[in-house]
Design a protein around this ligand. Structure first.
Ligand SMILES: *Cc1c(COP(=O)(O)O)cnc(C)c1O
Length: 239
């Protein structure tokens, strides 16, 4: 337990240094970037330790794991982000603990989120997940709406009771024109964010960058980086 706390403290310090250096290199203030620690596959006790170490934002990608973890940690001053592909039959559960859903990518999901948010008397912050590798289907391999579908989906979220349109999220594509070009991918997301903010000025969150590419995300202008492995170590199983 103490060992784990030391390990997480050391990892957090390294990630903090990387974010600070990336901000400095980009001429940005450190406060412009929020660290969201992705705790998926790691136990609730790690979340508790992270909270003791000052982490305030955590993210999960599977409701089956996240729901009990969030319940166990409900006494902690944490903001919960949902970042995984979300089936509509899980929406009621997710709305019970998630402050933000970063993976909003289709109209049907917006309808379900709105209905459950209203039912729960909550306001859920929504980020549209953009698939920069979206093919002809208009959807990304790992979920996400194609860039051309952002405007329509954004308008839908903005009009939906119980939901707040907060911005955009992406995962750097592993294939397609942006494969291996994380900075270019994140710059494209920033351009889409600029377009979005013309119609929705308050939707200014830009969530991009993970353990391997947080520097490129900060350089491009991301407001939120989602870091798992670099803080918690290699995941016990695929998540
Ligand atoms: C797992 C995950 C992360 C964190 O990835 P790491 O490489 O472990 O930092 C970030 N975003 C999403 C959507 C994830 O599923």
């Amino acid at each position: 337990m103490t060992d784990r706390k030391d390990e997480l403290a050391g990892n957090l310090a390294k990630v903090e240094e990387r974010i600070a250096a990336a901000c400095a290199a980009a001429g940005r203030a450190r406060e412009e970037v929020t660290l969201v620690v992705v705790t998926k596959t790691h136990p609730a006790n790690d979340v508790r330790i992270l909270s003791e170490l000052g982490v305030r934002h955590v993210a999960e990608n599977r409701d089956q794991d996240a729901a009990p973890k969030a319940a166990e940690c409900s006494d902690l001053p944490l903001t919960w982000h949902f970042v995984g592909q979300l089936q509509t039959n899980k929406v009621r559960s997710v709305v019970g603990y998630a402050d933000f859903v970063q993976s909003v990518d289709r109209a049907k999901l917006v309808t379900a989120l709105s209905k459950e948010a209203v039912r729960a008397g909550r306001e859920v912050g929504c980020l549209l997940q953009v698939a920069l590798d979206a093919g002809a289907s208009g959807r990304g391999e790992r979920g996400g709406v194609a860039p051309g579908g952002v405007e329509e989906l954004a308008d839908l979220v903005a009009r939906a009771p119980g939901l707040r349109l907060d911005g955009l999220m992406t995962v750097a594509p592993l294939s397609g024109t942006y494969a291996g070009r994380e900075l270019a991918a994140f710059e494209r997301l920033m351009d889409l964010s600029t377009d979005l903010r013309r119609a929705h000025p308050a939707a200014n969150m830009v969530s991009a960058g993970m353990s391997a590419d947080l520097e490129q995300a900060v350089a491009a202008g991301a407001t939120h980086v989602r870091v798992g492995t670099a803080v918690l170590g290699v995941r016990p199983r695929l998540g």
